[in-house]
Design a protein around this ligand. Structure first.
Ligand code: ZN
Length: 211
């Protein structure tokens, strides 16, 4: 997938109440953002190498939107107009490494921004008529559904996320936003196949291989 140079991957953490509960995290007062480099992307069908520096690799199935222009939207309606592509992706997380970093108050890059940490489906065009507030999706491992999401359950909806991002960064054409994961996160091991699917979002899968 060609992305303009200088585009970023933004991610929001703790954006679905049931997922916050399952990891016993506090509900954030402000949106929790982090970034991954574009080099984390794994196109659909390509292997996900199991990282060597951790042992608990969690899947987080997420709706991903692509921004189609540069700028700083000033309202939610304007922010919605920035979205020109949509798909599903995985915010892969080394949970044991992240827990260690969290305990010490250290940054999360080693847990969330390693090579292969951002499998990304094929982007579909996202015109203004698509309702971003009612998209359902699933994540299944070896044929068993583990995660069921509905964007209606987000604490901060997609335009709200874009608006909040724009207070920190001037947005760029090609930026991607991983919009948070619903409950049901769990481990992947080498040999597992994970399939993400949504009626309007497509179906994509990846196989985890020994790193
Ligand atoms: Zn996530």
């Amino acid at each position: 997938m060609d992305q303009p140079s200088g585009a970023r991957i933004f991610c929001i953490g703790r954006n679905y109440a049931e997922h916050i509960q399952e990891l016993q995290n506090p509900v954030p007062a402000k949106p929790l953002f982090f970034l991954k480099p574009m080099s984390c992307i794994v196109p659909p069908g390509e292997p996900i190498p199991f990282p060597k520096h951790g042992s608990v690799l969690h899947h987080e199935v997420e709706v991903v939107v692509r921004l189609g222009r540069d700028g700083r939207p000033a309202s939610a309606a304007e922010a919605r107009g920035f979205v020109d592509g949509i798909t599903l992706g995985l915010d892969l997380t080394l949970r044991d490494v992240q827990d260690e970093q969290k305990k010490k108050g250290l940054p999360w890059e080693v847990a969330k921004a390693f090579d292969g940490a951002a499998p990304l489906g094929a982007l579909a065009p996202c015109g203004p008529s698509l309702d971003l507030g009612h998209l359902t999706f699933t994540g299944a491992v070896n044929g068993q559904v583990r995660q069921r999401g509905d964007t209606a359950q987000m604490l901060l909806d997609i335009p709200g996320q874009i608006l909040a991002l724009a207070r920190v960064w001037k947005l760029r054409k090609g930026d991607l936003v991983y919009t948070g994961t619903p409950a049901g996160v769990g481990p992947l091991v080498p040999g597992d196949t994970i399939e993400v699917s949504g009626e309007l979002l497509g179906t994509f899968s990846w196989k985890v291989v020994a790193g």
